[in-house]
Write a protein that binds this ligand. Structure first.
Ligand SMILES: Nc1nc2c(c(=O)[nH]1)N[C@H]1C(S)=C(S)[C@@H](COP(=O)(O)O)O[C@H]1N2
Ligand SMILES: [Mo]
Length: 303
């Protein structure tokens, strides 16, 4: 039976036992992390979100089960075609509603940013998930350098368009280039990062080198790869999957077990590398940090 959205339900109705057990575990873990920091152990930081055994997905799995349609639609194709993506030289245009629009090379762009390590869950709309230790920096640190103007309400992102090299772009699978977007407050949230590496290494091409978005409380398709342009806009930008199938993929794409995808429910997920299914947590487990962004919205309409 598909689970229907019910505005009367609270977080406790969804996965009460799981949720509270996990919270307790997270608090314990946080205490351990604190102790580790005192001892100078430099532990990985699971920033935000109630943890549910966040053992990192094996590196081999996280780099050989990918969605990156520019490099093929099969899950193993992005790894096989990875060398077709040319990432050097690379630059990013930042324009639109900013006081100082510009184009920055990757080297220039990385220089002023302190790269932190953060472990985040990535939950794909096709009901699988991974836990990945990312290296990167908050998107807001980058946006602030270009001085967003008051009329900036959204942020639009674009992936490289290079059909000569990217085999997927020779087929009309999507209206290339791949595009994504966030509301300004989502983009400025400290959990929203630009990832430049994972597992302590530089980002593999199949995972979106040289820089990609990571929005841990949203479905994986919001995490646009190999970004070449970031534009601050007044109007809600067009996004690839919403344009392709608006009834299936909304602009918000918040992980939400209460709102089923039209072709499957969204109540549980399988971690890549595991067999059992886990209950899916609202906002992917980061509700404490981000639920406030959507306090007055009907999430069944704004899915
Ligand atoms: N440019 C681009 N970005 C993309 C995609 C894509 O096809 N092209 N796929 C998205 C989808 S559907 C998912 S689930 C994630 C997968 O990220 P991963 O391969 O690093 O796990 O990337 C997202 N970013
Ligand atoms: Mo996805």
């Amino acid at each position: 039976m598909p689970f229907r959205w019910n505005p009367e339900l609270t977080m406790q109705d969804i996965t009460p036992e799981e949720y509270f057990l996990e919270r307790r575990r997270f608090i314990k873990q946080a205490a351990l992390v604190g102790a580790g920091a005192v001892l100078g152990l430099n532990p990985l930081t699971a920033l935000g979100g109630e943890s549910q055994d966040d053992t990192a997905t094996p590196y081999e799995k996280a780099t050989h089960y990918n969605n990156f349609y520019e490099l093929g639609t099969g899950k193993d194709e992005p790894a096989a075609n990875a060398d077709k993506l040319l990432i050097s030289p690379w630059s990013v245009i930042i324009d639109g509603a900013v006081t100082r629009p510009g184009k920055v090379s990757l080297e220039e762009l990385l220089k002023p940013h302190a790269i932190e390590e953060r472990v985040y869950r990535l939950r794909c709309v096709e009901t699988w998930s991974m836990v990945i230790p990312w290296q990167g920096f908050p998107l807001r640190d980058l946006l602030r350098r270009f001085d967003p103007q008051g009329n900036a309400k959204y942020v639009a992102f674009e992936t490289l368009l290079d059909p000569q090299h990217l085999p997927g772009q020779t087929r009309k699978i999507l209206d290339w280039p791949y595009r994504e977007g966030l509301r300004m407050d989502e983009a400025m949230h400290p959990l929203t990062i630009i990832a430049t590496g994972m597992y302590g290494r530089s980002l593999p091409n199949q995972n979106g080198a040289p820089l990609r978005l990571v929005v841990p409380w949203k479905y994986g398709f919001k995490s646009i790869k190999s970004i070449i342009r970031i534009t601050l806009t007044e109007q809600q930008p067009v996004t690839s999957w919403n344009q392709m199938a608006p009834e299936e993929y909304g602009f918000y794409a918040n992980v939400n077990p209460l709102v089923p995808h039209p072709r499957w429910d969204q109540e549980s997920e399988r971690r890549i590398g595991e067999f059992r299914r886990r209950p899916t947590l609202i906002f992917n487990g980061y509700g404490d940090h981000v639920a406030g962004l959507y306090a007055h919205m009907d999430l069944s309409r704004n899915f």
